[in-house]
Design a protein around this ligand. Structure first.
Ligand SMILES: NC(=O)c1ccc[n+]([C@@H]2O[C@H](COP(=O)([O-])OP(=O)(O)OC[C@H]3O[C@@H](n4cnc5c(N)ncnc54)[C@H](OP(=O)(O)O)[C@@H]3O)[C@@H](O)[C@H]2O)c1
Length: 339
């Protein structure tokens, strides 16, 4: 019998999430049934959406059930297969959750996908060439839909989504401005990710200061904004938005632990005749092949070199996840599951 370490959601957060919300257990991997595949996880993806699933409040997705393995994207290899579509040694991406192994129905649509690691490292299928990359692609291409020469801005600029956004927007001839936390992240944004300018929001901690910084960084105003954070940064962007600017509302991480995110001057949406559209990437599966193709080419050609922060061992996942919610990650946050 193979032993399988797992992390369960033990109880729901009261306000800020803590390590005590999670529980590490060991289970046994069950024998495979016909059609099933056993996957050994190499990396687990940690993503901000997991914080929302820990709550039991109304949302676009069901809450994570208590006492079950935490939801999560994984990459790994097939170690046993009773499905003709998968063979031992295949490298795969799926939603295996916070555990060392998963048993997957190889015939269920979208549950497990083989990937080619010739030009793209396996872990990047959880980041730039995976869900976060497609998220950047959808918001940029389908909602902001920029013309060459336009100015686009993204918050959480050096993260998994933000870094892919920069490469995609540069490829479309945009002026790309990032907003990130701290001088190291901002230096990385301009020196390695291709941002034209990066604003350190910790140095511009209110609407007035951020609005001034945006004025300097965006001399022609803002045509598109990719919102990852919420709060005063959105207010400052509205003050600098051009007529007919578009905002792709992707995430509002500043409010994920329950903080209020009031909007100071919503009249600017009307004054600027703006389009503001929220989206969930998993509801747009039709764009994934086209988006993944472009993202794979950007990574394979070295035009997008995503950075990763890798926590070691499954037991480190809760701490790394809480760090992600506080900006302690630098680039895509992963957990290395295999030694
Ligand atoms: N709509 C969708 O389908 C979809 C899909 C994927 C992701 N998302 C959203 O996209 C956003 C980015 O996700 P990601 O996976 O790329 O994460 P990430 O950017 O790799 O990591 C999260 C980053 O958010 C920033 N952050 C955390 N708390 C903050 C706060 N209070 N104020 C400002 N910034 C804060 C931190 O960067 P700094 O140090 O720079 O602050 C942190 O590194 C999240 O909001 C996520 O929920 C949405």
């Amino acid at each position: 019998m193979t032993r399988n370490q797992q992390i369960l959601l033990d109880n729901r957060p009261q306000g800020e999430a803590t390590e005590s919300n999670f529980r590490l257990v060991t289970a046994e991997v069950p024998a495979l049934q016909d059609g099933q595949v056993l996957v050994r996880h190499h990396y687990l993806s940690l993503d901000p959406y997991m914080r929302g699933r820990m709550n039991d409040s109304k949302s676009y997705a069901d809450a994570q059930p208590l006492g079950e393995v935490m939801i999560g994207g994984t990459v790994g290899e097939v170690v046993e297969s009773r499905n003709p579509k998968f063979a031992r040694g295949d490298q795969v991406v799926g939603m295996g959750g916070w555990q060392e192994y998963s048993v997957v129905d190889g015939d269920a649509p979208g549950m497990l996908r083989k990937v080619d690691t010739t030009h793209v490292p396996l872990s990047h299928y959880l980041g730039a060439v995976g869900m976060p990359g497609v998220t950047a692609w959808y918001g940029l291409v389908k909602i902001i839909a920029p013309k060459a020469g336009e100015t686009v801005v993204v918050s959480a600029a050096t993260g998994a989504v933000g870094s892919a956004f920069a490469a995609l927007a540069k490829a479309r001839g945009c002026r790309v401005v990032g907003i990130a936390g701290g001088p190291d992240k901002c230096r990385y944004a301009t020196e390695e990710l291709g941002f034209d300018v990066c604003i350190d929001y910790r140095e511009h901690g209110d609407i007035k200061a951020m609005s001034r910084a945006l004025k300097e960084a965006c001399p022609d105003g803002i045509d598109g904004y990719f919102e990852n954070v919420g709060g005063y940064i959105l207010d400052a962007v509205l003050l600098r938005a051009n007529a007919f600017a578009r905002v792709a509302v992707c995430g509002m991480i500043a409010g994920y632990d329950g903080q209020p995110l009031p909007l100071q001057n919503p009249a600017l949406i009307l004054i600027n005749r703006m389009k503001i559209e929220g989206f969930i990437v998993s509801e747009h599966m039709e764009v994934w092949p086209e988006a993944l193709k472009e993202l794979g080419t950007l990574v394979g050609s070295g035009k997008l070199r995503p950075r990763e922060t890798v926590a070691q061992g499954l037991a480190a996942a809760p701490g790394a996840f809480l760090g992600l919610l506080k900006g302690r990650n630098f680039g895509k946050q992963l957990v290395k599951i295999t030694p």
